[in-house]
Design a protein around this ligand. Structure first.
Ligand code: FDA
Length: 449
């Protein structure tokens, strides 16, 4: 391809990059988007597997996600409610399977009281935090210097209460073991979703899905942007000075006044910069890492659990699959369950051969939903851990102490280079909503300049 010159080069065709490019194009800037993969969407990927459309990446939309809801409106995309009628399932510390309705897990009254107390405390803390500036919160350093595990241990004596509260942030959100991130990072996760109560409330946080899949957002943005979106272009090298950048990808060289690097922090370290990025910029990104989660879809002839009065929702911090939901597609007769295997459980099953792994994962689903869950028509594992460009899911978060030490530098530009993704968002952190907010902000910085 011939050399190109544009006002703004955007690297990365995920929700962040495409929304930034779309805003810039509408503001009259010439843009070009380069994407490594042979598809757009990044961590959003809806694909057909054995005749069933599956959400391999992100999928849910919640009522607080105003940037995402506005984008869905603008693109004319419709949503449908997750199936939730019926009883949910919980397997507790004693190994007993219990069914329940509503959001309160069927635990002993003393455990419930402790979970309520911890929820109130986390809600209070998250209400004191501006998710865009978590390091400014009173007591931020103290919370950032202690692991969430140690913080929970200090707050509460009931193991099952601690395990459940930990599950909603560790396994279910950051997808890292609870001893590897700080209490401040945990509070930030809650504040970015409005409150800790919102994270616990699956009716709220996992409310709706997009008809046709959430990848419709990047697909439609790319369609509106037109032929300025080039897939299969990995950006390997960036030469920069205060007046602009020159970027190479294979035999293509692009010169631009501004560069938007809309890629996860871990991917920034794959790119060679000349001169190198300021050392603080590099160090900052070395202290953010992805969690690990395997998203598993199992599709059956019918949603058989509904006949047994079950909603398809299930939780247990003690099983391989710590949470599961009815993920049946809109207007589809076949029933689909989705389950998640996170952090150390993901490490453990990934070390097994595929048949053993499938057996163990389906065993969890059978514990929740009965023997019928053991024989799906289609079984599919989204393994983002093996993806070189992401190295995990759902997002990247700071190690202990990293948020106060490096967080304030995270959004600083380096000369003409703006860097961001959902992993640096305040509201909507590590969600598509956050990606769209970051994309809009990066574009606005350039428009204002
Ligand atoms: P993203 O990673 O999507 O995009 C970055 C792009 O840059 C990628 O396409 C990558 O290939 C490209 N790239 C990297 N390096 C490059 C280089 N050197 N040159 C060119 N291109 C390069 N969110 C949500 O709101 N609801 C949900 O239910 C879920 N669930 C969920 C499940 C799973 C399994 C995953 C993996 C993720 C989610 N998420 C989610 C998270 C959500 O998908 C995620 O936060 C956003 O899609 C991230 O969008 P970004 O554009 O910021 O990064």
């Amino acid at each position: 391809m011939a050399d190109k010159q544009v006002d703004v080069l955007v690297v990365g065709a995920g929700a962040t990059g495409l929304s930034a490019a779309y805003a810039l194009q509408r503001a009259g800037r010439s843009v070009l988007v380069l994407e490594s993969r042979d598809r757009v969407g990044g961590r959003l990927w809806t694909d057909e597997v054995d005749g069933v459309d599956l959400e391999i990446g992100g999928q849910w939309v919640s009522p607080d996600q105003e940037a995402l809801l506005a984008m869905l409106d603008e693109l004319g995309l419709e949503t449908f409610e997750r199936h939730r009628e019926g009883e949910s399932v919980y397997v507790g510390l004693d190994g007993e399977r219990r069914t329940f309705t509503g959001e309160v897990l069927p635990v002993a009254p003393a455990v419930e009281a402790e979970m309520n107390r911890l929820t109130e405390r986390l809600d209070e803390l998250s209400a004191q935090m501006d998710p865009a500036r978590p390091w400014d919160m009173a007591g931020a350093a103290e919370l950032d210097h202690v692991t969430f595990r140690a913080w929970l241990d200090a707050q509460c004596e009931h193991e099952e209460a601690r395990d459940n509260i930990a599950m909603f942030i560790a396994q279910a959100m950051l997808t890292k073991p609870v001893h590897t991130f700080s209490a401040l990072q945990a509070v930030h996760m809650a504040a970015s979703a409005g409150s800790f109560s919102n994270l616990v409330d699956s009716e709220f946080i996992l409310d709706r899905r997009v008809i046709g899949g959430l990848q419709q957002v990047p697909l439609q943005l790319a369609a509106r942007l037109g032929d300025v979106v080039c897939t299969a272009h990995d950006v390997e090298k960036v030469r920069w000075h205060d007046g602009g950048v020159t970027v190479t990808s294979g035999d293509l060289t692009v010169s631009a006044r501004h560069l938007v690097l809309a890629i996860p922090p871990t991917a920034v370290t794959r790119v060679r910069f000349e001169p190198p990025l300021p050392s603080i910029q590099r160090e900052t990104r070395q202290h953010q890492s992805f969690g690990q989660v395997i998203k598993v879809h199992a599709t059956y002839e019918t949603p058989f659990w509904r006949d047994a009065g079950l909603s398809g929702t299930a939780f247990s911090p003690y099983l391989t699959v710590h949470e599961a939901y009815d993920n049946t597609n809109h207007d589809e007769e076949r029933g689909t369950l989705v389950g998640f295997v996170s952090d150390v459980q993901a490490d453990a099953v990934l070390a097994l051969d595929p048949d053993q792994r499938r057996g163990i994962i389906l065993e969890s689903l059978q514990t929740y939903f009965g023997p019928g869950a053991g024989t799906p028509l289609t079984y599919f594992e989204s393994d983002w851990t093996s993806e070189e460009l992401g190295s995990g899911a759902y997002g990247a978060s700071f190690d202990l102490g990293g948020m106060t030490r490096f967080g304030p530098r995270l959004r600083e530009p380096a000369g003409p280079i703006q860097i961001g993704s959902s992993d640096v968002a305040g509201l909507g952190f590590q969600h598509v909503d956050g990606a769209l907010r970051v994309g809009a902000e990066l574009a606005q910085h350039i428009i204002d300049s």
